[in-house]
Design a protein around this ligand. Structure first.
Ligand code: 5GP
Ligand code: ZN
Length: 114
């Protein structure tokens, strides 16, 4: 989608630190890391968030979520634990309206989140 930062990153029009890519997802380091490991798992298909998602996106979202876990394990965070976060709407902290999962690890996390 035009004027979407993450679509531009996926197309290579904006540089990013890519850690993984396949036909369905693109995984990059977050530009403003909130933990020693802070990756963004971007489905290549553009839609804003769970409110903008259709039934045909269910497999893609499930895939992105599973891959986030797989990458956390590959990076050595299976035992320490890790957090997968997905914000919906400005009030919840969403700033880029292209669906993405944050993968955070490498420090202690509190609950409830801020
Ligand atoms: P949200 O606030 O929508 O849940 O998450 C958006 C995330 O994208 C933020 O953590 C922010 O730091 C990150 N971000 C915004 N612009 C860029 C960019 O141009 N490159 C990268 N790698 N991350 C970005
Ligand atoms: Zn997009």
């Amino acid at each position: 989608m035009e004027n979407c930062i993450f679509c531009k990153i996926i197309k290579g029009e904006i540089p990013s630190k890519k850690v993984y890519e396949d036909d369905r997802i693109f995984v990059i380091e977050d530009i403003g890391p909130q933990a020693p490991l802070h990756l963004l798992v971007l489905p290549k298909k553009h839609f804003a968030n769970c409110l903008d998602m259709t039934a045909e996106d269910e497999a893609l979202v499930g895939y992105a979520y599973r891959k986030a876990g797989e990458i956390a394990v590959q990076k050595g965070y299976a035992e320490s634990g890790f957090r997968i976060v997905q914000n919906n709407g400005e009030g919840a902290g969403q700033s880029v309206f292209h669906i993405h999962f944050h993968l955070l690890a490498g420090r202690d996390f509190t609950w409830p989140p801020g």
